[in-house]
Design a protein around this ligand. Structure first.
Ligand code: SAM
Length: 668
């Protein structure tokens, strides 16, 4: 156990700190020395080296390791200094500081947290840390002046007392922002008695700094703080009014006029429609409505979705009336089955099947494709099946090559672990060679049937990328995230190549894949996504749409692989974009954000706030940590679509599928 933690900590230092630009040997060594698990409650110790903040008592958090390293790095310590930390929290940050500084004074407003941190730090043998219980927004006079000050909670501005207590030549780092949860990290350097140099570093979101010179305690009378929460809430309220004024209400989602939206979309080549959960009926239904109009009125050529290629191929064959033998396996049976096997998707698929009767050839019909890469073994089967048909000799070689991955069929994650441990040879060479050979035979094979060749190549590409994906899971979450989104984007591009110059795509996936990641705090973790890649490649010709909701029901599981549950979505947090939309009091609307009709509204949409993301997993009990990130909504998306109250999707059961033909994609 201890050894495992050591190696997790070393890996954290490499992949979360060094790889993201923290190079100070002193900081890296200190982060490698302090055991983060010692500061966590026992049941959370397994998560100690996750790349995220984690909840501790009193509704507070232990900061993300990267942020702790980043802030201490930003203090530019040489070693031996006298440092003030405001916001002890768990005591973890103070311990890292104490590995470098001569003396650390750390102030915490919650007595319970201060006492617990003091006990842990004592037990760990830190003699150069004083834990003080009090309001650190006015600093800690008895210990001043300090060579460095770090504030680990966000305030509306840097409290004057902290500047006064900073020694000349000293540095202070603090999250500063006009809302209680979204800030920029600011560094000030005291150049002489009166002059301070100020630099803005990165975007961040911290718990609020609550005190005399910061935000007011919830429930306290106004006027005690430097800026009251009320002053901050005045902005969201007026923003909500602006939203109400400029949004286009959706009175009825089946009949509302979409022409204004289609006009905003203009001649875009790719329209990304993101959803804020994978189990909300309104998102699915309205996304389908928009897609139908894009197909009918603007000639869009295919829909590409966050599903695996071979499973989506089954839908594609059905909607394009392809003459292929009935498959021997059932599509969309992998967790989370409800994401695609639901009544809302079925309605769209049936519509597309009928709509495609308007076209003669299979090539000119509207396609339906999968962008994702979780179907390693189904894809291997598809490549082999294809080669058995067109080139049995190559099929034999392919069987040998893919055989390298066979032992891990039941759980490909175990392949990643084995390959990362070096105990099992990697299969990279075999799967990459197989893809290259297929591509080399493009001319020979595709004369027989271009569509089936595309299918085989996509499956071979998926196998090659999935092999890398499972290995990269052991190098870090961001690496595997990026690999997956890059694969989705590359698949889109090969579809464009296949369909030709004038082809246009609608993409369906989660907001976190389709809203531009560079305008959210995903970028702090080095993550990119499909929306960002579309913008970088297609500029104004990529139109990004995001959905949101305040409360209701959602279909989701509690853990990966767990059963489907119908869960209650909590009302959105007070400092979120969702709350801005809710406070507009318009129950459902579309809001074009490129030119929203008011300069003030456009400006306010550029600010940073929390945004909720529910995936196939929803954990309301740790919602803020598990499901909120921060984003500049007006830059992340071109359009925001809102449903204040939402309902869960309806998963398909066998009764609903009775009597469907053998080739039906959701067959039993
Ligand atoms: N660095 C800490 C760690 O490693 O666990 C994380 C600190 S947490 C993000 C911020 C802390 O600041 C919370 O524990 C909160 O109670 C505390 N805090 C907020 N306002 C404060 C104030 N005015 N004075 C002292 N502590 C404050």
């Amino acid at each position: 156990m201890l050894e495992r933690k050591d190696s997790e900590r070393h890996a954290m230092v490499e992949s979360q700190l060094r790889a993201r630009g923290i190079h100070s040997p002193m900081v890296l060594e200190a982060m490698d020395k302090v055991h983060r698990e010692s500061f966590l409650p026992e049941h959370m110790q397994d998560l100690a080296y996750e790349d995220s903040a984690l909840p501790i008592a009193e509704g507070q958090t232990i900061s993300q390791p990267y942020i702790v390293g980043y802030m201490i790095d930003a203090l530019q310590l040489d070693g031996g200094e006298r440092v003030l930390e405001v916001g002890t929290g768990s005591g973890y940050g103070a311990a890292v500081l104490a590995e470098i500084a001569g003396q650390v004074i750390t102030v915490e407003r919650h007595k319970g947290l201060a006492d617990r941190a003091r006990d842990i730090l004592d037990q760990l043998g830190y003699h150069n840390i004083d834990v003080v219980h009090g309001d650190g927004s006015t600093g800690w006079h008895p210990g001043a002046p300090y060579d460095a000050i770090v504030v680990t909670a966000g305030g509306p501005k840097i409290p004057p007392a902290l500047k006064e207590q900073l020694a000349v030549g000293g540095t202070l780092v603090m999250p500063v922002g006009q809302t209680e949860s979204s800030q920029s990290l600011v560094r000030i350097t005291r150049e002489n008695a009166d002059d301070f140099r100020e630099e803005r570093l990165i975007e961040a979101h911290f718990v609020p700094l609550v005190g005399q010179a910061a935000w007011t305690e919830p429930g306290q009378p106004q006027g005690t703080g430097l800026l009251t929460s009320q002053a901050a809430r005045a902005e969201p309220r007026s923003l909500s009014e602006l939203v109400a004024e400029h949004a286009e209400p959706i009175d009825n989602m089946e009949t509302v006029d979409l022409d204004p939206l289609l006009k905003r979309i203009g001649d875009a080549r790719v329209v990304c429609i993101g959803e804020a959960s994978h189990g909300t009926a309104e998102f699915y239904r309205f996304r389908a409505r928009i897609t139908k109009e894009l197909i009918e009125k603007k000639g869009f050529s295919f829909v590409a979705v966050e599903a695996d290629w071979p499973d989506a191929s089954r839908i594609d064959n059905y909607v394009r009336h392809a003459e292929v033998p009935a498959a021997s396996w059932t599509a969309f049976t992998r967790f989370p089955t409800w994401m695609w096997r639901n009544a809302e998707v079925r309605e769209f698929v049936d519509w597309l099947h009928d709509y495609n009767r308007n076209f003669e050839s299979e090539e000119s019909k509207i396609g339906f494709h999968g962008l994702d890469l979780y179907s390693l073994y189904t894809s291997i089967g598809a490549v082999l099946g294809y080669l058995d048909n067109v080139d049995p000799a190559t099929a034999k070689i392919a069987r040998d090559r893919y055989g390298c991955l066979t032992p891990w069929q039941a759980d490909p994650v175990r392949y990643g672990r084995a390959a990362a441990s070096g105990r099992y040879g990697e299969c990279e060479k075999q799967v990459v060679t197989m893809l290259a050979e297929l591509l080399q035979k493009r001319l020979e094979y595709s004369v027989q049937d271009g569509e089936r060749f595309l299918d085989a190549v996509q499956n071979a590409r998926l196998v090659a990328n999935a092999e890398r994906y499972y290995r990269s899971m052991y190098e870090g979450y961001s690496d595997s995230w990026n690999l997956r989104d890059q694969h989705m984007f590359d698949t889109l591009q090969s579809l464009f190549n296949h369909r030709g110059e004038g082809s246009k795509a609608v993409i369906w996936a989660h907001n976190s894949h389709l809203g531009d990641a560079s305008k959210t705090d995903m970028s702090v973790r080095g993550q990119l996504n499909v929306g960002q890649l579309c913008r970088e490649t297609y500029g104004e010709d990529a139109y990004l749409i995001g959905f949101g909701t305040h409360q209701g029901k959602v279909a989701a599981a509690t853990e990966w692989g767990g059963p489907l549950e119908f869960k209650t979505v909590r009302p959105s947090l007070s400092d979120s974009w969702e709350r801005v939309a809710h406070d507009s009091q318009v129950p459902a609307f579309m809001l074009g954000m490129r030119e929203p009709g008011s300069r003030d509204l456009k400006e306010q949409l550029q600010h940073q706030r929390l945004e909720r993301a529910i995936g196939v997993i929803y954990r309301p009990e740790s919602e803020r940590i598990s499901h909120y990130f921060s984003a500049r909504l007006g830059q992340q998306f071109d359009e925001y679509i809102w449903f204040d109250v939402t309902h869960a999707v309806t998963p398909l059961d066998s009764k609903m599928l009775k009597g469907t033909p053998e080739t039906y994609p959701f067959g039993l």
